[in-house]
Design a binder for this molecule. Structure first.
Ligand code: G1P
Length: 289
């Protein structure tokens, strides 16, 4: 079974990023020269996926517009002989086939994923959370698809976090089965300090089998009163094998103010045109204390 579809939930209110996210979706905040959501969609495209399913809510139309063709803008850019920019904009709107599904109520990540059941249908699919940017040589999602091709079971991406941070993540416990891969035995959403001995934190990349949908339907509100994807995944892991994969790369929580700043620095210093001068500037700023 091939992974053809990727679900990207973007319905969240972005309260961690107020006031910046009051009138624009947090997914439209810029890292260097593009909105964070574009990095996520580019990762999907680079992973060989054919369709993106956005889970949206009111006030998120800027995201759909960003990936749409803008006839007026294209005409003006052509008239002004700004062909290169026109080409870049057309490239963005041609990246991939995008459909949107509305999450009718803010009931949590599990509910957002469940809202896509009719569009995803009976096939495995990827989930990428818009807050998590991953900088890596091979796209994180593609690394996971390679593992899926082998195991044909659901996979969550993980990274090790300091124990005092485990309460900010879904945490998995399991046994190593091979390099960077663990068979999941237990998972818990945002455990209180001391409630787990594991430091393996789920980051926003998943490959899920469609069996997750009926389980999501039955999942009761959990942590924070929301329908948690992690709770439904725990049920799935009791029915069939599930794996945690320690991806290669660096993850940034771009939905958090400090994480976002770190992402800007990391992507900025690597930028093909601006990187060199930006590195020089950072050195200058840090030396001047
Ligand atoms: C979500 C998931 C959590 C995961 C995290 C990764 O939480 O529920 O299991 O560890 O994303 O970013 P959120 O950060 O949306 O509260």
């Amino acid at each position: 079974m091939k992974i053809r579809k990727a679900v990207i939930p973007v319905a969240g209110l972005g309260t961690r990023f107020l006031p910046a996210s009051k009138a624009i979706p947090k997914e439209m905040l810029t890292v260097v020269d593009r909105p964070t959501i574009q990095y996520i969609v580019e990762e999907v495209v680079a992973s060989g996926i054919e369709q993106v399913i956005l889970v949206t809510s009111a006030g998120k139309s800027a995201i759909e517009n960003h990936f749409d063709y803008d006839f007026e803008l294209d005409t003006v850019l052509q008239m002004k002989k700004k062909e290169r920019m026109a080409e870049e904009l057309n490239h963005i709107s041609n990246l991939i086939d995008i459909v949107s599904v509305r999450q009718k109520k803010p009931l949590g990540l599990g509910h957002a994923i469940w809202s896509t059941r009719n569009v995803v249908g009976d096939e495995p699919f990827a989930v990428l959370l818009g807050d998590d940017l991953v900088l890596s040589d091979e796209p994180c999602c593609r690394q996971m698809i390679t593992l899926f091709d082998e195991v044909q079971e659901s996979i969550v991406a993980i990274q090790r976090v300091p124990m005092e941070q485990t309460s900010s993540y879904g945490i998995v416990e399991g046994q190593k089965v091979k390099e960077k891969t663990y068979r999941i035995e237990r998972m818990v959403e945002k455990p209180a300090p001391g409630a787990t001995a594991s430091d393996m934190a789920i980051i926003g990349r998943y490959i899920l089998r469609p069996e997750i949908f009926p389980l999501l339907e039955k999942t009761k509100p959990g942590h924070g009163g929301e329908i948690q994807l992690t709770d439904a995944l725990l049920q799935l892991s009791r029915q069939r094998a599930m794996y945690a994969y320690e991806f290669k790369g660096t993850r940034f929580d771009a939905g958090d103010k400090l994480g976002y700043l770190k992402a800007i620095i990391a992507y900025g210093v690597r930028h093909p045109h601006l990187g060199e001068e930006f590195r020089r500037y950072i050195r200058q700023v840090s030396e001047s204390g």
